[in-house]
Write a protein that binds this ligand. Structure first.
Ligand code: FPP
Length: 258
């Protein structure tokens, strides 16, 4: 096994300078809310019943994450691939989203939660696009936590669009190809205003990223939880925080000890 020379301690200079020291609490948690369909099917219910219960978890976990001091919570609500689902399910999800926005926006604003969206809104129904703008406006001053909802989001599409914009600028002579670095690419992402996720959680036992935050996940910790999203509660979230705290994040550097 390749080992570093003894005495060459885990110098902090080994850690990229833009990375903060590992923190006990993740500043940004991103969640792939999986397993709604299986939760419902196992109970002999239609899949949409699972999504409906999933909304309860969204509410509970949003409030709880804020109470725990998490500053950014990203939830993967609808992917660019989810259009492949039966029309009924897609429409059902949009109806649930409308219901959530009508019921929750005022509460989020009151609780100091700022809502933001990532993904391509242009393919969403027009009334939902208006609701998204209203929700962002209504909650703009929230400074307790930012809830980022990924809606019609696909990471490859995001990277392709960012690359095209940078290439167009280079072709126009506004920037040189050599000036394109990590920061320049991050600034073109939908997530430009937010830090990268410290922790990515996927529920329901599946272990994959499914085109979620591919660029932003470079140094994220991953947790795959054996529980469907409707059953993911405050206690499950706290367990994730505990497991995260015990991780040794090195960002390509060396271990803190040993
Ligand atoms: C994955 O379960 C879940 C989704 C595709 C949708 C998640 C959406 C919500 C919880 C509601 C809307 C969200 C907000 C933020 C208002 P699945 O259907 O893939 O489950 P399965 O893998 O068991 O089939």
């Amino acid at each position: 096994m390749l080992r570093f020379k003894p005495g060459r301690k885990a110098a902090t200079t080994e850690v990229p300078p833009n990375r903060a020291e590992p923190r006990a609490l993740p500043e940004h948690v991103a969640i792939i809310m999986d397993g709604n369909g299986r939760w419902a099917t196992r109970r002999g219910l239609p899949r949409i019943a699972g999504h409906k219960r999933g909304i309860n978890s969204v509410r509970k976990i949003t409030r709880h994450a804020k109470e725990r001091g998490v500053k950014y919570l990203t939830l993967f609500a609808f992917s660019t691939e989810n259009w492949l689902r039966p029309k009924d399910e897609v429409h059902g999800l949009f109806d649930l989203f409308r219901y959530y926005m009508r019921r929750e926006c005022r509460t989020l604003a009151r609780e100091g939660v700022r809502i933001r969206f990532i993904g391509d809104p242009s393919e969403m129904p027009e009334d939902i696009q208006s609701m998204m703008v209203e929700a962002q406006d209504m909650t703009a001053s929230g400074d307790a936590m930012t809830l980022i909802v990924a809606l019609n989001y696909g990471s490859r599409a995001e990277i392709v669009a960012a690359t095209q914009r940078l290439a167009a600028r280079a072709a126009a002579g506004e920037i040189t190809p050599e000036s394109i670095d990590d920061a320049a690419i991050s600034a073109e992402m939908n997530t430009a205003d937010f830090p990268d996720p410290d922790l990515i959680v996927r529920t329901s036992g599946e272990q994959r990223l499914s085109n979620f935050l591919l660029w932003q996940a470079a140094y994220s910790e991953f947790l795959f939880v054996d529980r469907h999203w409707p059953d993911f509660d405050e206690e499950s979230f706290d367990e994730c925080l505990t497991l995260y705290r015990d991780r040794d994040r090195r960002f390509g550097g060396l271990r803190k000890s040993g």
